[in-house]
Write a protein that binds this ligand. Structure first.
Ligand code: F6R
Length: 612
């Protein structure tokens, strides 16, 4: 969602803030703003991207060694100059940035309006800054206490940073539900939504917990108190991130870089966890919980979007290998129905960002019902990683392109490792089968290199279909989630309508859509239900649909039927999603590029969805 960055120290704040916003822009990009403190607060904000803000500020006073900055993904109020953050208090003494949603803002706003406050924007955020000012004046308290009292009146989620003209060496930062991390430098402090803006300045970080308020002052260091005024000692963590991971490294887009990183990111996901020579698969993060997992009556996997597709692959893998029933739930549905979950259940929550609000809420619900929650997250120290009982990081490295690519294949890899480890302990896999799968898994990074070498062909296919209005993606078994993921990638970055379907379901409706204009992507690899998928291809062909098939290297049958084929190397059936997803990512990328779309920052989307 929105991105927050703040600085207090001896250096010029503006370059640090702008640089930080650029690194956070993937979180939201409909407007941006900055407030810098000198003898007054200079506040600049506008609709558009960080580059638009820079242009707007070019001739303005950017002095000051303390400041806050924000890049927005609109929730309340359209993206325009007024609704951009920061927001001022009435007396312009306080400026505030916010990520999250103030759910009771309408009630608070009504009250404030009745007391004479005039709102400049339609945001929920502006309520908070006026509320702080109101409390400070009417209750005659200092700013820090006014912030604390205001937050006790707020329902919803927030990460905020506040500066005030009267406190020229201080930042006040607080979180509840939206992430915030403090970077600790030499006589300087940074605050940001994630580690990306901090990494080039410091690796020492403090992750704020929910309901923490951090009072950061150059004179008095950092004090962290809960919203109920209970002090806690700040714990300094080390940021696991490097600058090169945050740059495009010669690629035109982050998405393309991240697609090409998959051989490495999958190898990183397996590092130290898969030892083929010794036939060991071991995930340190869950070892203590494996016994409990093996005794569970079932697993429930919860996630959103692409991570939910990884869960679907996980369902097939777990049921095949571990022989424990798996249910896959959209976190947003799970949290609002009344699911039957109890203390014997294992809930596996999957999230790249580790901040998705619905997934976090689903975890909360599962824990309330006594279930054990295992996390699979990419972002180290994220809210979901901290909310789960145990878990494993995917170690795919920062994913900046809004469309998820390497995170998906890393999630599937982790699910495979988890299932293999459990299956071996449970005795539901023979030694030879176990051996075959781990050898195949070890080969995957090299095989992805091979798939990537087909980019030229994939680009040619993209050139042919860039003007299509609709796409259909079909797959069966392990390839059904691949079809869903291929369709999602296409819609989100190229804005072409696309649907993913289990191939056999085509006859129950979507077949009516097929005509000579309709490109149909079929994942038709040579295992499982291959023959049935070949029949489905015949059905599409009979209706003149254009077939783009993902096939196993050397396949002749599908080649004779399809208009285009993209070959992937032979592997175990359950590992096919790791290979078959890659050409679909490239196909979407090139179609979106041909259509002039902003591949890394597609319209209306944000990288981490911290609002429900
Ligand atoms: C699709 C995409 C989204 C995310 C979803 C969940 O490319 O990026 O569908 O997968 O918002 O996000 P995480 O995995 O961060 O919980």
């Amino acid at each position: 969602m929105c991105g927050i960055v703040a600085y207090v120290g001896q250096k010029d704040a503006y370059p640090i803030l702008i640089n930080g916003l650029r690194r956070l822009e993937y979180r939201g990009y409909d407007s941006a703003g900055v407030a810098l403190l000198t003898d007054q607060i200079n506040l600049y904000k506008c609709r558009g991207k960080v580059a638009d803000l820079e242009e707007y500020i070019a001739d303005k006073n950017t002095g000051g060694t303390i400041g806050i900055a924000h890049t927005r993904w609109a929730t309340h109020g359209e993206p325009n100059d007024e609704n951009a953050h920061p927001h001022f208090s009435r007396d312009r003494d306080i400026a505030l940035i916010h990520n999250g949603i103030i759910e009771n803002y309408a009630v608070l706003k009504k009250e404030l309006v009745s007391r004479g406050y005039v709102f400049q924007s339609n945001t929920d955020t502006e309520v908070l800054v006026h509320l702080i000012e109101d409390i400070r004046e009417n209750e005659n308290v200092e700013l820090d206490e006014a912030v604390r009292i205001a937050l006790t009146q707020v329902e919803g989620t927030y990460a905020i940073v506040v500066i005030s003209k009267n406190h020229p060496d201080s930042l006040i930062a607080a979180r509840n539900g939206s992430p915030l991390v403090i970077g600790v430098g030499e006589g300087e402090y940074y605050v940001a939504s994630d580690g990306a803006p901090l990494v080039e300045y410091t690796k020492n970080v403090i992750y704020l917990d929910n309901e923490d308020i951090a009072y950061i002052s150059l004179k008095d260091d950092i004090k962290i108190k809960s919203i109920n005024n209970i002090e806690r000692t700040p714990y300094i963590d080390q940021l696991e991130m490097s600058i090169t991971q945050l740059e495009k490294g010669g690629f035109e887009h982050f998405m393309l870089k991240e697609i090409y990183e998959q051989p490495k990111s999958i190898a990183d996901s397996m590092r130290g966890r898969l030892n083929v020579a010794k036939e060991i698969v071991s995930l340190g993060g869950i070892i203590e919980y494996e016994e409990k997992m093996l005794n569970a009556p079932r697993f429930t996997m919860v996630a959103c979007g692409t991570s939910w597709h990884a869960c679907l692959v996980g369902e097939y893998i777990f049921e095949e290998l571990v022989r424990i029933p798996v249910e896959v739930e959209y976190a947003s549905e799970f949290r609002y129905r009344n699911p039957i979950i109890n203390e014997k259940d294992i809930v596996i929550a999957i999230s790249q960002s580790g901040e998705t609000a619905d997934t976090l809420a689903a975890i909360g619900l599962a824990k309330e019902n006594g279930a054990t929650v295992i996390g699979i997250c990419n972002v180290v120290g994220s809210s979901i990683a901290r909310a789960t009982h145990a878990g494993s990081y995917t170690h795919a490295g920062p994913e900046i392109g809004v469309a998820s690519t390497k995170a998906f294949t890393a999630q599937v890899t982790l699910l495979l490792l988890m299932a293999l480890s459990l299956a071996k302990k449970k005795g539901t896999i023979s030694r030879s089968r176990y051996h075959e799968i781990i050898i195949a898994l070890e080969n995957i990074p090299r095989q992805i290199e091979e798939v990537l070498s087909h980019e030229k062909l994939i680009k040619e296919i993209a050139d042919r279909f860039s003007d299509a209005k609709n796409f259909l993606y079909l797959g069966r078994g392990y390839n059904f989630p691949v079809a869903l993921e291929g369709a999602l990638k296409l819609k989100e970055i190229s804005y072409i309508h696309a649907e993913g379907y289990p191939a056999a379901e085509m006859k129950h409706g979507p077949i009516a859509l097929i005509d000579e204009e309709m490109p149909v992507v079929v994942i038709a690899t040579n295992k499982g239900t291959y023959d049935k998928v070949v029949s489905n291809i015949q059905e599409v062909k009979a209706r003149k649909g254009k077939i783009i098939a993902i096939v196993t290297k050397g396949d002749e049958t599908v080649k004779s039927l399809a208009d285009y084929v993209i070959e992937i190397p032979e592997t175990e059936e359950m590992l096919v999603p790791l290979l078959a997803t890659v050409p679909l990512q490239l196909l979407s990328y090139h179609i979106a590029l041909n259509r002039g779309c902003n591949v890394d920052q597609p319209r209306n989307l944000a990288k981490s969805v911290t609002v429900e």
